[in-house]
Design a protein around this ligand. Structure first.
Ligand SMILES: [Fe+2]
Length: 364
């Protein structure tokens, strides 16, 4: 709906995130992520200033590096559209793998290696996003001993967003995307195993040759990757932009956004920390990759925060107090926002930081 005017009541700021009335805490109460109808509420207290929560709804934090490290992916959050997993392979996969259930998007948190695919091999390193279309045969060959990859499994095709008014070269230019060139081993010795996942079940298919034997390909469906160092965020010196401006890839009912170091707003009246919100149309997940996570106390690389729809989140008290002191952010993080509620797995609950909900406590 086209917005022509805003209703205004009581003590309010004429523009969102700018010149908040003295002593108030701004909340953005909006629909459709940060794109729909919206009101800004000016609270007398931070909405995260709770003293106790009874019932299942609360913010969560887990250290994904503590999930069982048997080399297989461990799911920590999931719904019908997407599953978030962490995998810590300790050696090269002894089989090839094909996911018939969805696209696989890897984010390399730790470790280097090579992924061999139907389309050819690609070397990878920390900060790489690797998109593997559904049905592609591949295997991971880590070159390092300490590996941690975030795996986002999507039921629907992973695509690039429409960059809209920013233009098609914004955020990252397609020129930085790397695609594989075939280099098959063409080995036809022994037995080669291919594991296909379909409806969550594995079928093993055996060949007397390496099934990754493509000698050439053409088309526009392939494995591709790019590194977060090539991600060039948009910022405004006068207006705190919503996190959705960092949308990197998307699929049905979820988006993946990338936070990289960026300058903070310089206008003295502009808000410099994320605004409070109850994200009523999206569950929000952030995987912290590297750097200093300025709006969150107690968060280290490899941790994930999960803010379900309906309960507020926003900056920690220290971030709010220090917002005038920092000139830029230092964080690298991957955000996954899902339209449908996510469920935490028992494996995730086992390594959960149980008191995360209380980490805004100094507000109270
Ligand atoms: Fe949020």
């Amino acid at each position: 709906m086209e917005q022509i005017f805003a209703l205004t009541k009581g003590n309010f700021a004429a523009q969102a995130h700018v010149g908040l009335p003295e002593g108030t805490f701004e909340e953005e109460h909006g629909r459709d992520g940060f794109f729909g109808r919206v009101s800004h509420l000016y609270h007398a207290h931070p909405p995260t200033g709770w003293t106790r929560i009874e019932g299942p709804l609360r913010p969560h934090a887990i250290n994904t590096l503590e999930l069982a490290a048997n080399g297989e992916p461990v799911t920590f959050l999931y719904n019908d559209d997407v599953a978030l997993k962490l995998t810590r392979p300790q050696a090269a996969m002894a089989y090839s793998y094909r996911n018939a259930d969805g696209d696989d998007l890897y984010f390399i948190h730790r470790g280097t290696g090579t992924i061999e695919t139907d389309f050819g091999p690609l070397a990878y390193e920390p900060g790489d996003y690797i998109v593997i279309p559904r049905g592609t045969t591949y295997r991971l060959l880590p070159a390092t001993a300490d590996n941690a990859y975030l795996l986002i499994e999507s039921k629907t095709e992973i695509r690039l967003p429409d960059k809209g008014m920013l233009g098609r070269n914004a955020l990252f230019d397609a020129g930085v995307i790397q695609t594989p060139t075939p280099a098959p081993s063409l080995k036809a010795d022994g037995e080669w195993e291919l594991r296909v996942k379909r409806c969550g079940e594995i079928t093993k298919i055996f060949y007397p040759f390496d099934p990754i034997d493509t000698v050439g390909w053409k088309g526009d469906l392939t494995v591709w990757k790019f590194n977060v160092r090539d991600f060039r965020p948009v910022t405004s010196h006068r207006y705190h932009l919503p996190p959705s401006v960092h949308t990197t890839v998307l699929a049905r009912n979820f988006v993946v956004c990338t936070f990289v170091p960026r300058p903070l707003e310089t206008d003295p009246d502009a808000l410099k920390v994320p605004f409070f919100h109850r994200n009523i149309d999206f569950d929000e997940v952030i995987f912290y990759h590297a750097g200093d996570f300025f709006s969150r106390d107690g968060i280290a690389p490899g941790m994930v925060t999960f803010h379900p729809q309906g309960i507020h989140h926003g900056p920690h008290p220290k971030a709010l107090l220090n917002q005038g002191k920092k000139a830029h952010t230092d964080e690298y993080a991957v955000m996954v926002d899902t339209r449908n509620p996510l469920k935490l797995t028992p494996e995730a609950e086992a390594v959960e930081w149980k008191d995360y909900w209380a980490s805004w406590g100094a507000h109270a």
